[in-house]
Design a protein around this ligand. Sequence first.
Ligand SMILES: Nc1ncnc2c1ncn2[C@@H]1O[C@H](COP(=O)(O)OP(=O)(O)OP(=O)(O)O)[C@@H](O)[C@H]1O
Ligand SMILES: [Mg+2]
Length: 296
Amino acid sequence: MTTLNLPSYLDQTDQVKKRFDALKKRDVILDVKKISKKFDSPQGEVEAIKEISFQTHKREFVCVIGPSGCGKSTLIRMLAGLETPSGGEVLLDGKPVSGPGPDRGMVFQGYTLFPWLTVKRNVMFGLEMSGRSKKNAESEARDWIDLVGLSKFENAYPHQLSGGMKQRVAIARALANRPRILLMDEPFGALDAQTRTKMQSNLLDIWKNIDITILFITHDLDEAIFLADRILVLKAHPGEVNEVIEVPVPHPRSPEQMITPEFLATKKRLEELIHEPEEDVPMNLTLMTDKSDSVD
Ligand SMILES: Nc1ncnc2c1ncn2[C@@H]1O[C@H](COP(=O)(O)OP(=O)(O)OP(=O)(O)O)[C@@H](O)[C@H]1O
Ligand SMILES: [Mg+2]
């Protein structure tokens, strides 16, 4: 067996270092301060998240990765204001989050479009709810639909679209409300591998074109490295920050980079962190995850 001699994932070229220096000087959009979440269950109290802290800078792309059940969805739901933390606080532009708001756009794994509305109407919905005139909402919706490359389908209904197209509409709908941050919980998890790769490139194009900060949850290591500036790695039971990785892969990103030494070095580090032996993990679970590429 040949083993690759990889650099350290901590090695950064001058270009990458400069990019991170500039990124860290940008305003903090999201400031998560020691948030915890405990749930009551028939088996007693479950500590899902324990004192997670991190910051996301303007126009940064942060991915969150961690073993199944480590609290990724709970975390993003607290950031969205759909769940109340048991401790700590979330600040958006310095203001405490106390419920859902148009300043945060959400895209989930499941398709959440209104099935009885056309693509255009789905995107117009939030705009009209926030008081725009129909004409104004329609013209804005068209711009967002154009941005995600679905202009030809503006009058189609969700059931006439593929999974990838539905998620593009969901992205357009979330962006139309001009959120400060886009929160995405495994949005491409249900897509086939080929569509998923295309969607990742699409999302990076959109991110480059508009002024948006993205927090993206995934259990796919390649997806996290391909998309992220930084990756927040969580550990399980309870979910805590294990490590924050600055991805050393230069921008602009392209799928060919997936076999570069810096990409593979980062993947190796993520594998070490995700598959860290845990005393309380049952034997069969360890075996199942042993050779897997993904977290669950
Ligand atoms: N409403 C709830 N009531 C009780 N326990 C909950 C609730 N929601 C989540 N949990 C528990 O909190 C923990 C974290 O769940 P969560 O769904 O956030 O994990 P996850 O990392 O998103 O998992 P996956 O990778 O499978 O999506 C789990 O142990 C789960 O059972
Ligand atoms: Mg989840």
